[in-house]
Every structure is written in structure tokens, then in C-alpha cells.
Design a binder for this molecule. Structure first.
Ligand code: SF4
Length: 347
């Protein structure tokens, strides 16, 4: 299949039937994965603090410094959450919190080193999102390269592409003006890649973004990955898209329909011809997430907690066996996938 341009992707979005999109996505998926196989992880987001100065208008999670209800989890609470995750068979933690001015980079390095020391390779963790990384590097007055080296030396293997939402400068000006520019986002992500850690691409749809903005996000992601591959790096491990939950947010709005999400997953799979995994979001789509496997997705998380999206209306189903039956009934064998240790950090 030849590479799809932005104009062609827009035409597909407007004119292709669901069946046509599914078929094109199926062809691209088959370049990377067995057609009737999907992989999954059991994971938990640990929201270590809800104190944040970024004030994104689509967020129902944060409180400002000094406001009632702000918290920072202590080490014991973090360990208890990881222990619970291990008990239900999971092994992936995503640390995600706010831009808390009281927590310096050292706090994170100490926390991540303690997690690595206590759990070794039994647990893998996504230490931060790119957005949080940007804030910490800024506060520490370090270059992105130096901040990345500090995390890597503390035992971090992964910094995810979270905090991207829609990667256009205009979207960020409208909704998240303190959350760094797109140029800064990709510069920081490139420093993560060059440090030897791994990273991922993410995207959130269903705010007020236009089709052009969605496609710009995909184009920038593909360009970033082209640059990584050209320079000899593995770059982005995966692309995960989830949907905006509007409840309790300043922005408000309505949730998009699952069909729109499935079509977007197909378009993403077709467009991102240089990214191995396309992941569907059980966290925000629940049972409807699995149909995205027919639209090009090959991998998913079964999350047991994420306060950020739960505060905005996400419902988490802890009956993991019931959930796994859904892709099986759709004709997929499902296999557990452990997070890989980056090749550059292999001892
Ligand atoms: S989305 Fe993240 S950065 Fe934005 S206000 Fe919420 S916690 Fe802060």
C-alpha cells in the first residue's frame, strides 16, 4: 500500500464506507501482526498528585495549589497500589499526575528508583507523560537531554507520549495554553528517544477539534517517527487513541459515538504506516473498544484505575475475564504482552 497523504486521508474520512476503511486498515495491520491475534496488558494508572497549575479546560481531575482536596500519595500508598495490581495479574504501572510545583525532579527520581529497587523487573512502569516531563525539566532548569538522563539513571525505561491530546498549536492555545507547545512536545520526546528510553504516541479525540487538526496530529506523529527511524532509533512503540470524557470539565461537551472512534482508529492505522502497534482504549470505550480490533487496532490495556478519566466520567470494569471474552467472541485470540525493556537499556 502506498503512503496516504493528508488530502487522501481527508477524502477517505468523508467518502469511504466503514467496510472500505476496515479493509484498508486490515491490510496495514496485517503488515505487522497476525490477523486474528490481539495482545493486551493489565495496568493501573497511579495518579500520584492531583495538584496542577496547567488548568487545561478539558480536565476534571486537577486542583490548584492551596485549594481543598489536593493530595500527594506517599511511598506506602504507591507501593500498596502496585501490590494490588500484581495481585490481579497486572504488571504495568503508568504514573500520571499534575504539574505540582512542590514536587521537583528529585522527588520523581527517588520515587522511580524506589519502585525499581522494590519490584525489579516484576513491574514495568511508564514513569511520566511527555507533558509532565516538560514541566519537570523546566522547573529543574535542565535541558531535555539532561533531564532524560536523570530519569534513565533512576531506572526509568519508558516515558509515554501522554499529554498530547491534539497536537496542533491552535488546539493548545484554545484549551491548554500552559501545557507547552507542539514544538516543545516533540523536542522533549526526541530527547527521550535519544536517551535510550522508549516512548509512545497518544491522541485524544472528541473535543472540538476539526478533521484538519486530527490529520495534522497524525502527520506530525508520522513525521516524528520517520525522523527517529532515519536516525537509527526505534522511536514510537505504539499509538494509543482514546476519547474525551466531558463530565465535570470546564469545557463540557458530549461524548463521540463509538463508530466515529472506530473509523478514526482505521484512519490512524492506515496513515501511521511506520508505527507497529495501534492500541484501542478500553478505559474510555469499555466494551465498544474491542470492535476497533476490526478497524486496525491490535493491542489494548485492561486498566484497573485511572482517576483522571474516572473523574471525567470513565467507568472501569474490573471483571477482566468478562472483558477478554469480548475480543474472543469477535474471533481474536488474546495474548498477554509484557512491556519490553528498551534494547538500548538492556544490561
Ligand atoms: S490534563 Fe493534566 S496537565 Fe492538564 S490540568 Fe489536568 S492534570 Fe493538569
Amino acid at each position: 500500500m502506498t503512503r496516504v497523504t493528508v488530502d487522501e486521508a481527508a477524502r477517505l474520512w468523508h467518502e469511504a464506507s466503514d467496510e472500505e476503511l476496515r479493509e484498508l486498515a486490515r491490510v496495514e495491520r496485517a503488515r505487522w501482526h497476525e490477523p486474528d491475534r490481539a495482545t493486551y496488558m493489565i495496568m493501573r494508572i497511579i495518579n500520584y498528585t492531583n495538584v496542577c497549575v496547567a488548568q487545561c479546560d478539558y480536565c476534571a481531575f486537577y486542583v490548584l495549589p492551596g485549594q481543598d482536596g489536593g493530595y500527594v500519595l506517599d511511598r506506602g500508598e504507591v507501593f500498596a497500589k502496585i501490590d494490588e495490581l500484581l495481585e490481579v495479574g497486572g504488571d504495568l504501572v503508568g504514573f500520571n499526575g499534575g504539574f505540582n510545583p512542590k514536587l521537583p525532579l528529585d522527588y520523581y527520581c527517588d520515587l522511580f528508583a524506589a519502585v525499581r529497587e522494590r519490584y525489579g523487573e516484576r513491574v514495568e512502569f511508564y514513569a511520566l507523560t511527555i507533558a509532565e516531563f516538560l514541566f519537570l525539566a523546566d522547573r529543574a532548569e535542565l535541558s531535555y537531554a539532561d533531564a532524560a538522563a536523570r530519569l534513565r539513571d533512576a531506572g526509568v525505561h519508558w516515558v509515554t507520549g501522554g499529554g498530547s491530546e491534539i497536537l496542533t498549536e491552535d488546539f493548545r492555545r484554545r484549551h491548554a495554553k500552559f501545557k507547552y507547545t507542539v514544538a516543545e512536545y516533540f523536542a522533549a520526546q526526541r530527547a527521550i528517544v535519544e536517551s535510550g528510553m522508549r516512548t509512545t504516541a497518544t491522541m485524544v479525540i472528541g473535543f472540538d477539534e476539526t478533521l484538519e487538526e486530527r490529520l495534522e496530529h497524525l502527520q506530525r506523529t508520522r513525521d516524528f517517527q520517520d525522523g527517529c527511524l532515519r536516525d537509527g532509533y526505534d522511536g514510537l512503540f505504539s499509538f494509543l487513541c482514546w476519547t474525551y470524557k466531558p463530565y465535570g470539565t470546564a469545557l463540557g461537551g458530549r461524548e463521540i459515538e463509538p463508530r466515529e472512534y472506530w473509523r478514526h482508529i482505521a484512519l490512524s492505522r492506515i496513515f501511521l504506516d511506520n508505527v507497529r502497534h495501534v492500541r484501542t482504549s478500553v478505559l474510555t470505550l469499555n466494551d465498544d473498544a474491542f470492535r476497533a480490533l476490526d478497524y486496525g487496532a491490535d493491542d489494548f490495556d485492561l486498566p484497573i484505575e485511572d482517576e483522571v478519566t474516572q473523574k471525567a466520567g470513565a467507568h472501569i470494569d474490573l471483571d477482566l475475564e468478562r472483558l477478554l471474552e469480548i475480543p474472543r467472541k469477535l474471533g481474536y485470540t488474546v495474548a498477554y504482552r509484557r512491556a519490553e525493556r528498551p534494547a538500548a537499556l538492556t544490561a
